[in-house]
Write a protein that binds this ligand. Structure first.
Ligand SMILES: *[C@@H]1O[C@H](CO)[C@@H](O)[C@H](O)[C@H]1NC(C)=O
Ligand SMILES: *[C@@H]1O[C@H](CO)[C@@H](O)[C@H](O)[C@H]1NC(C)=O
Length: 266
């Protein structure tokens, strides 16, 4: 009662403006956000580089920068999360880990195909969910019958069958439960130029969420299909999450050892 059509239209327009705004601020560990139903995980621009390590505002991990990438797979343990030192337990602190294709904006002005797990902690309660996303469409919760908790070992893969479709599977290797989703006729197209394994300070509404202390996340068993051949991380680039474009304030650091990637909260 009492809400005019004009108000409804202006609210819809305001919502549309937020939804289409894809620029984002630099990372902050202490930014406060209301709790929301779903994550929005973004493509990212590398903002600087030092000898093969590229700086990103809200990503850490690693990526292959090549061509003809059609699949990426990785396994990680869902981390136990906590309020960062000096934080406020009533704030909603979150983050996510995912595997995807074409997330680096500098290299692909197209879709990002991804799936992973997000986590949040507020008022002492930690929550987790699994999702998939064909960016810029919003992330979708994977399924209701599988719940994710700290300590679960999750294997995620995304596979492109064309530049406008493909599939993703997310499996709890601890109990073999898995779920899949198939994309078709999606837009925009994939470029198929990167495969990435990322921990992200994702966005809720129009800002990055306050970033939870996740300790560290190690992606193991990582592989990608490049030019029809399964490859490991040889020649992968490191992504480091920094709050400054010169890379001086590292929020999450990444290291590669063989085919494993460890991302550590700083
Ligand atoms: C991608 O790889 C090319 C070399 O093939 C390199 O010049 C460029 O800096 C890399 N960009 C990123 C963002 O990794
Ligand atoms: C994953 O498997 C473990 C071991 O059975 C179980 O404790 C946990 O609840 C499962 N998580 C999901 C996502 O079902």
């Amino acid at each position: 009662m009492g809400i005019s059509l004009k108000t409804v239209i202006s609210l819809l327009l305001a919502g549309a403006a937020v939804a289409t705004s894809k620029s984002r601020p630099l990372a902050s560990r202490y930014r406060s956000q209301a709790k929301a139903a779903s994550v929005e995980s973004f493509k990212e621009d590398a903002t600087g580089e030092t000898s093969g390590t590229f700086y990103f505002p809200s990503w850490a991990g690693a990526y292959l920068n090549t061509s003809d990438v059609t699949s990426a797979t990785g396994t990680f343990t869902v981390p136990t999360i906590s309020v960062p030192p000096g934080g406020d337990s009533s704030t909603n602190y979150c983050g996510c880990a995912w595997v995807g294709i074409d997330g680096v904006t500098n290299l692909c002005d197209g879709a990002l195909m991804q799936a992973g797990v997000d986590w949040c902690i507020q008022d002492g309660v930690a929550s987790y969910s699994a999702w998939y996303e064909w960016w810029p469409a919003e992330a979708q919760q994977f399924w209701d019958d599988v719940t994710v908790s700290a300590g679960d070992v999750i294997t995620v893969s995304v596979t492109a069958s064309s530049t406008t479709g493909g599939s993703t599977t997310l499996e709890n290797t601890s109990n073999g439960q898995s779920a899949s989703y198939t994309w078709s006729g999606e837009s925009p197209d994939l470029c198929e130029v990167t495969a990435e394994w990322i921990v992200e300070d994702f966005t809720i509404g129009d800002g990055m969420v306050a970033f939870a202390d996740y300790g560290s996340v190690t992606f193991t068993g990582n592989s990608a299909v490049v030019g029809g051949t399964t490859v490991g991380l040889d020649g992968a680039y490191i992504a480091e999450m920094v709050s400054t474009t010169d890379g001086s304030d590292v929020i999450s650091e990444s290291t590669i050892s063989g085919n494993d990637i460890t991302v550590t909260y700083q």
